[in-house]
Design a protein around this ligand. Structure first.
Ligand SMILES: C[S@@+](CC[C@H](N)C(=O)[O-])C[C@H]1O[C@@H](n2cnc3c(N)ncnc32)[C@H](O)[C@@H]1O
Length: 357
């Protein structure tokens, strides 16, 4: 195999041979779409930037194409986390042949605490340049969005891999999801995922891999996105609070944002909606995709103040049956309107956006 440094077990089978030898038929339920073209694997790894002396964590190595491209670099070591046991023997071949440490861990990335994989010597202050750690992965489609949300929360709380500083990530997503992540204001793809990513990270779409490059071929193209956590988040407040406000504001994307904001508060405290907009100086008639980061920051700061003053507000869930029942007893007509708004607000947005609860 061209490129990987001299191995103890040459010659190494190609990725296609590994797939054949170990009968690694792709499993749909694990979103297995393999990237067999080593030029693309190398391009993806190159887009991660300098990896010299880095501890690289690869998610979902599968048959090991990206793994090989990582091992060609002058890295410190590699940890590969793979859920499907069938790939372990093929990955072990790579580990045995590599001229640097490669550890294979079998498990589900969603349950994994990355902190346990990183030695203390990699730690850098948050304000310094990113540490010599990089997370890379051609992620399974079925976990990519919940996984990045989980990691954005870890970035916000500086735990997991972000206990060691501003660890960057280079990851793949369905092209449409990648577009949303990097989408600026006033564009079609602007949504809550854009704001959640951009308030915590510098996010950039590096390149697009056509669906036909994968085996089996998915129905969509794939975007490679690089994230570098910002030293200071644009909205410096607890992740859950920011997430809740953004989720509600984007709720009815085509409507004025005051409609989404209204669902943050019980019907009998709708005066707080007025306070939210008055104090933040944001127009209640804006559409959510027109709101700047600075305006979102002000909305979040005022919402945070309101939550401090009314401790029950943050837990208020406009969808809960209990709330509807309590309100129903007060004003039947308002409840009917309220429920209509919930049910018929803009159903298409529920499909376009992502559930990140
Ligand atoms: C899209 S494939 C990419 C495989 C390989 N990196 C490539 O580019 O050819 C996704 C990989 O993630 C693995 N995977 C799926 N769900 C996972 C999970 N929850 N945790 C860890 N790995 C997972 C799959 O088994 C598969 O190997």
């Amino acid at each position: 195999m061209a490129g990987v440094r001299l191995t103890r077990l040459p010659p190494l089978p190609t990725i296609s041979e590994i797939i054949r030898i170990y009968r690694l038929q792709a499993k749909k339920k694990l979103s297995q779409n393999f990237l067999l073209d080593m030029n693309l694997n190398r391009k993806l790894v190159k887009k991660a930037g300098k990896l010299k002396d880095n501890l690289v964590i690869e998610v979902g190595p599968g048959p090991g194409g990206i793994t090989r491209a990582i091992l060609e670099k002058d890295i410190h070591s590699l940890v590969a986390i793979e859920k499907d046991r069938r790939f372990l023997p093929g990955l072990q071949l790579l580990a045995d042949a590599a001229d640097k440490e490669m550890r294979i861990t079998q498990g589900d990335i969603m349950d994994f605490n990355l902190e346990t994989l990183i030695p203390d010597e990699f730690k850098k202050p948050w304000e310094a340049n990113p540490p010599n750690i990089h997370i890379i992965g051609n992620l399974p489609f079925n976990v990519s969005t919940p996984l990045i949300i989980k990691w954005l929360q870890a970035i916000s709380e500086k735990n997991g891999a972000w206990k060691y500083g501003r660890t960057p990530l280079t990851l793949t997503f369905q092209k449409e999801v990648a577009d949303r992540m990097v989408s600026p204001i006033l564009t079609d793809h602007r949504c809550r995922l854009s704001v959640m990513c951009q308030h915590l990270c510098d996010v950039s779409l590096q390149f697009v891999i056509p669906g036909k490059a994968f085996t089996p071929q998915p129905k969509v193209d794939v975007g490679v996105v690089k994230f570098t956590p910002l030293i200071k988040p644009l909205i410096d407040l607890p992740f859950k609070l920011v997430e809740k406000l953004i989720r509600h504001i984007f709720q009815y994307r085509q409507k004025k944002c005051k409609h989404g904001a209204a669902t943050l508060f019980p019907m009998n405290q709708q005066d707080l909606v007025t306070e939210l907009f008055d104090r933040s100086g944001v127009s209640p008639d804006s559409r959510s995709f027109m709101i700047t980061m600075e305006e979102f920051n002000r909305l979040c700061q005022v919402y945070n103040d309101i939550c401090d003053r009314h401790p029950d507000i943050f837990m208020y869930n406009f969808r809960s049956a209990e709330n509807a029942k309590a309100i129903r007893q007060k004003n039947h007509l308002q409840v009917v309107q309220f429920e209509k708004q919930i049910l018929y607000g803009d159903p298409s947005d529920f499909n376009k956006d992502f559930c990140i609860d």
